[in-house]
Write a protein that binds this ligand. Structure first.
Ligand SMILES: O=C(O)c1ccccc1N[C@@H]1O[C@H](COP(=O)(O)O)[C@@H](O)[C@H]1O
Length: 221
């Protein structure tokens, strides 16, 4: 839970998570181009939803490679348990309360990342109850899911923000915007889903390659 959280551009490459892998071409692009993390979405109302079996099949395409992150929206224990029975996940990304996230971390013995919606500076969490917080835009009331809406956060909210915990920037990033987002927010890591897709749920391997390259160059000395 303690790691230098801000990117000072001097030494630390920006971490990159590509979320919502559903098919081999996207998965392979993440491996080839050195994503740090790939995300599987275990939320049925998402166009990126995969079953535990599908995630396991994709995951077996390589040994090692990016860490596997399982994304869950207010999951019960049985869903996580059943998923882990099929696919070995390295990290659990959760939409839930602080208390529930702490419980899940304890119960499953895995690092937990907690997503937090932000609309104003008052929404920026003061503390992190688990391993990392994902800072995302607050979804519109009409949204059918809490993330993956290609909606961009107002980065200026984070300009002078220096949390003492590990965090990641998510929401509406793409090949064109990721460098500016990192420079404005000094995010130590970024997460993208919609911005590297050719259609909802289908990743664009070329966009994945370019996104990773742009993110890395924004964090280069
Ligand atoms: O990707 C989804 O469909 C999704 C569904 C439910 C919760 C979160 C989801 N995705 C996460 O949302 C952000 C940003 O996505 P985008 O780049 O704006 O499309 C990211 O953290 C995804 O992990």
């Amino acid at each position: 839970m303690s790691r230098p959280p801000q990117n000072n551009y001097a030494h630390t490459p920006v971490g990159v998570k590509i979320c919502g892998l559903t098919e081999p071409a996207g998965f392979d692009a993440c491996v080839t181009h050195g994503a740090d993390w790939i995300g599987f979405v275990f939320f049925e109302r998402s166009p990126r939803f995969v079953t535990p079996e599908q995630a396991a099949t994709l995951s077996r395409r390589t040994v090692g490679g990016p860490e596997r992150v399982g994304l869950f929206v207010e999951p019960d224990d049985a869903l996580i348990e059943n998923t882990l029975r099929h696919v070995p996940l390295d990290i659990l990304q959760i939409y839930a309360t602080d208390e529930r996230a702490r419980f899940i971390r304890q119960r499953f013995g895995l690092p937990v990342w907690l997503s937090r919606p932000v609309a104003t500076q008052a929404d920026l969490p003061a503390t992190c109850p688990v391993e990392r917080i994902l800072i995302e835009p607050r979804p519109p009331k009409t949204a059918t899911r809490p993330g993956g809406n290609a909606q961009r956060l107002d980065w200026s909210l984070l300009q002078d923000w220096q949390p003492s915990y590990n965090w990641m920037l998510a929401g509406g990033l793409n090949v064109e915007t990721v460098e500016q987002a990192i420079r404005t927010t000094r995010a130590p890591a970024v997460d993208v889903s919609s911005g590297v897709e050719q259609a909802p749920g289908i990743k664009d391997p070329e966009a994945i390659a370019r996104f990773i390259a742009h993110a890395r160059s924004a964090g280069a000395p």
